[in-house]
Design a protein around this ligand. Structure first.
Ligand SMILES: Cc1cc2nc3c(=O)[nH]c(=O)nc-3n(C[C@H](O)[C@H](O)[C@H](O)COP(=O)(O)OP(=O)(O)OC[C@H]3O[C@@H](n4cnc5c(N)ncnc54)[C@H](O)[C@@H]3O)c2cc1C
Ligand SMILES: *[C@@H]1O[C@H](CO)[C@@H](O)[C@H](O)[C@H]1NC(C)=O
Ligand SMILES: *[C@@H]1O[C@H](CO)[C@@H](O)[C@H](O)[C@H]1NC(C)=O
Length: 337
């Protein structure tokens, strides 16, 4: 199989993780990652990176969704536990999710049995933060800081013989020449490339602050969260459906700051580092599918892997493993393009 040529489009957490999994599957293949943006210019870089799939996250069916999530957890937790874990920015964190409204918000059927600790908060714990918290959970999970993971994954990919090209792909027919298969991990970029109307941006804004005394994460109502990462603490957030606004909104900033300081008052002493905006590539369901397209009389084999919404860091390894299975099926299915 040494003459196998594969192109992975996209260099966010989904693209790079998929490229690494493909290298494991096809040790002698020529694999290129092609992307317009890298590292700090990706949506992945905005994420706090906490492993916590939303209860609304969904793949094609419950069984596959659960498989993605458990494969992903296994990938991150394995990496965390190796000497590479620190270089890849993977660590373990614990914290609380509180709600003053609904008991269901603090439960998570996807991870309750997956992570090492997931339990109801005690009466005392419900009083840790100001506010009338009626419901709460405490859990331990993994966190991946993409500030570390993306460069680590890119280096690993290059070390194993992969090639990286910076290039904006206007239409996929133009780059398909010479590749046996394209793997499409373009996140929200897929919307334009594919005219996929199911793909919607959910705008998020965060403030990264220096507050090294914060060691636990806290979630409150209205998308309020405080998540300690490796070099900074992420304060958020908001979820604005179908908004393409990529600049920082000062009203969102004030609102986030106020909500986070109400939850953890000592954040008033935190030093702001930067504010970031990201457009979560939301699609219901997330699209991990194979497709054969006919273009100018040529067959183009494609495996899609995009639309992870607010949970791409969490689930990337799970959908990457699944996408690799689809690549294998597609290539085994018939001859070359
Ligand atoms: C505020 C905020 C907080 C978040 N917090 C978390 C969290 O705690 N946990 C979690 O799991 N997730 C979180 N997320 C979600 C996470 O960031 C996304 O799900 C994830 O980054 C999606 O990864 P991706 O690789 O698909 O997309 P991206 O990181 O956007 O990468 C897309 C890649 O495709 C390339 N590309 C696109 N179009 C083209 C084209 N035409 N030609 C060439 N290249 C192209 C881009 O250049 C880029 O390299 C958060 C998101 C936001 C906005
Ligand atoms: C961590 O690694 C050690 C060996 O290095 C192994 O014994 C242990 O089971 C691992 N733990 C997890 C959770 O993977
Ligand atoms: C990637 O997926 C999007 C969404 O379906 C599509 O518009 C685009 O053409 C795809 N790109 C490639 C290279 O397959």
């Amino acid at each position: 199989m040494s003459d196998l040529n594969i192109a992975v489009l996209g260099a966010g957490v989904v693209g790079l993780t998929t490229a690494l999994e493909l290298q494991k599957l096809y040790r002698n293949a020529h694999i290129d990652v092609i992307a317009s943006c890298f590292e700090s210019d990706t949506t992945s870089n905005v994420a706090a990176g906490l492993f916590r799939p939303g209860t609304s996250f969904c793949g094609p069916n419950e069984e596959i969704t659960r498989r993605w999530i458990s494969d992903a957890y296994r990938y991150w937790d394995y990496l965390r536990n190796t000497s590479e874990g620190a270089l890849a920015g993977v660590t373990q964190v614990s914290g609380y999710i509180f709600s003053s409204k609904y008991p269901n918000i603090v439960r998570n059927h996807y991870i309750e049995k997956l992570v090492p600790v997931y339990r109801p908060a005690t009466e005392k714990e419900l009083k840790l933060c100001p506010g009338d918290w009626l419901y709460g959970s405490f859990f331990t999970t993994v966190l991946t800081s993409c500030e570390y993971y993306l460069p680590w994954a890119a280096n690993k990919f290059l070390e194993r013989g992969g090639k990286i090209q910076k290039h904006h792909v206007e239409d996929f027919a133009s780059i398909s020449l010479g590749y046996d298969i394209l793997v499409n991990c373009t996140g929200l970029g897929a919307k334009h490339l594919c005219d996929d109307n199911k793909l919607v941006p959910i705008r998020g804004q965060v403030i990264k602050v220096q507050a090294p005394w914060i060691k636990t994460f806290f979630y409150g109502d209205y998308d309020t969260y405080i998540i300690p990462g490796i070099n900074s603490v992420t304060l958020g957030g908001c979820r604005q459906y179908d908004s393409y606004e990529q600049s920082v909104n000062k009203y969102d900033s004030l609102n986030i700051k106020e909500r986070c300081e109400a939850l953890v008052p000592n954040l008033k002493s935190a030093k702001p580092i930067k504010e970031l905006v990201g457009l979560r590539p939301h699609r219901d369901p997330v699209r991990v599918e194979k497709e054969v397209r006919h273009c100018n009389g040529k067959k183009i084999k494609i495996v899609h892997n995009y639309g992870h919404g607010g949970y791409g860091v969490t689930t990337a390894p799970g959908t990457a493993i699944y996408a690799c299975e689809l690549v294998r099926e597609t290539l085994a299915g018939n001859s070359k393009l």
